[in-house]
Design a protein around this ligand. Structure first.
Ligand SMILES: Cc1ncc(COP(=O)(O)O)c(C=O)c1O
Length: 469
């Protein structure tokens, strides 16, 4: 078991901004920036504190694993976790469930969206988002994202039809969507907004927690999320009817939904009108999550501290367009994403991997990343990949240009510096094109190609159009 402990955010000076490596790129046989594995949760970088072990043991020793036994809501781990979530999010209701996907599907079903309806969602999200729409008996309709990978509300307006009965917005890779624009548009057309806040647990937009802007917010407590009990999730909402229906749908049978309303007033009369899906959470996971909740502020501080440090140290690089938040600080910090227009992003990501930093070209055609819409084949029948890509040409272009680097909350100051050095090293090779094996998007590097281009006023990049187009 990995017993890493989170500590306070380390205080660090900004690193030198000059080129830090004088050797060849590791992808071309040079020495890598680092030789140790890049820390990620799936390599065991999960924090375990003694209070987590005690909490899990407490639940085990209680011999009561099921949340709906003879105890009252307030005496169960799930019930207490939900109470703590309500306090944390300032929401009226919270429901702990089996996953983020089920939380999303429950929100749609409990809102009374008729099966068969269209639900809009962005073309850049984890496959679980459109899958949850399908699970709720509806059909996803995809919307473009902008150059910063946020759902493009103008495109949503263009694609709008009266068959769309809800908007499922996603705070993808921890970055807030433009909730002001989304909620204003939703109010205009008269449909509810559901928030997939799965990747952004604890992040805020202008002082308000993500997941509290829409009719309901869905979260996950699986693996790499801000709270991690292996699997799990929850729903937060102020809508009492939606909440009561979600409780029943999640599997509170034979009147057990009443326990969620301790003052005796229930917003629905019966549970017999709804099917039951057994999307419940269990007591052991709820106990573990309650222990982790006490350290959530520290974990969030670490995510944000690491992200701010890395982004500031790379902000002057003209070769990369760092993903911009919709408002200052409106991100969690669990991933560092930038685009490299004009350069082969697959090669850029591979070069970073060779330097010892996990990096992935989001739109690579060499893997089947389920965060890109053309790999959601279940939605498109017999259509081929190119035909699917043509449905969202902007999203396709931006994802093909994007490099995605996971930032675990346990990155050390040295890990962050390695990342900064690696990106600077690869970008420097692109800029100087001194290594003829540095591929640009439309061909191979030559010293002339970069120098003559004017800087783009928005991105600061030397050129935003791929070479050769
Ligand atoms: C954007 C997004 N939505 C939904 C989910 C699904 O969460 P879960 O795995 O808990 O079902 C994920 C999982 O990572 C996600 O990234």
């Amino acid at each position: 078991m990995n017993r890493n402990k989170e500590g306070p955010v380390p205080v660090r000076p900004l690193p030198e901004t000059g080129q830090t490596e004088d050797g060849r790129l590791a992808v071309n046989g040079g020495d890598p920036v680092r030789c140790t594995p890049w820390p990620t949760y799936d390599k065991g970088a999960v924090f375990v504190h003694s209070e987590d072990e005690e909490a899990a043991l407490r639940a085990i020793r209680s011999h009561l694993y099921f949340r709906y036994d003879y105890r009252s809501q307030q005496d169960t781990e799930c019930g207490r976790f939900e109470e703590e979530l309500c306090r944390y999010f300032g929401s009226k209701h919270a429901l702990a469930v089996s996953s983020g996907t089920t939380a999303l599907a429950l929100a749609i079903m409990a809102a009374g969206i008729p099966p068969g309806s269209l639900i809009a969602c962005p073309g850049f999200t984890f496959v679980a988002t459109p899958s949850a729409i399908v699970l709720a008996g509806c059909t996803p309709i995809l919307v473009e994202v902008d150059e910063n990978l946020h759902m493009d509300v103008d495109d949503l307006r263009r694609r709008w039809t009266p068959e769309i009965k809800g908007i499922l917005v996603v705070h993808m890779r921890g970055f807030a969507a433009d909730m002001e624009a989304v909620t204003r548009f939703a109010a205009d057309v008269g449909v509810p907004v559901f928030e997939d806040a799965v990747p952004a647990l604890g992040a805020e937009l202008k002082g308000r927690k993500l997941g509290t802007f829409g009719l309901a917010g869905a979260f996950s407590t699986q693996s790499d999320k801000s709270l991690n009990c292996g699997e799990g999730g929850f729903l937060a909402t102020d809508d009492s009817v939606l909440f009561a229906r979600a409780v029943v749908l999640s599997g509170a049978y034979e009147g057990r939904f009443r326990r969620h309303f301790p003052d005796g007033e229930t917003p629905i009369a019966t549970d017999l009108d709804l099917p039951l899906f057994s999307f419940r959470m269990d007591e052991i996971r709820a106990a573990l999550l309650r222990a982790e909740m006490t350290r959530l502020p520290m974990r969030l501080e670490r995510f944000r501290g690491n992200y701010a440090y890395v982004a500031a140290a790379l902000s002057d690089l003209p070769q990369i367009a760092i993903r911009q938040p919709v408002a200052p600080g409106a991100y969690l910090g669990e991933a560092f994403i930038f685009r490299v227009p004009g350069v082969d992003a697959k090669w850029f990501a591979r070069a970073l991997c060779c330097e010892g930093v996990d990096a992935r070209n989001l739109g690579s055609d060499e893997d089947t990343n389920v965060r890109v819409f053309w790999n959601w084949r279940f939605m498109f029948g017999a259509r081929g990949v190119e035909e699917i890509k043509a449905l969202l040409p902007n999203t396709t272009r931006y994802l093909e240009q994007a490099v995605d680097i996971p930032l675990s909350s346990n990155l050390s100051a040295q890990d962050c510096d390695h990342l900064i050095r690696a990106v600077r090293k690869v970008a420097a090779a692109v800029a100087s094109a001194r290594d003829p094996r540095t591929p640009l998007a439309g061909g191979y590097a030559s010293a002339d190609q970069d120098s003559a281009r004017p800087a783009d006023p928005v991105t600061g990049l030397a050129d935003t159009a791929p070479v050769g187009q």
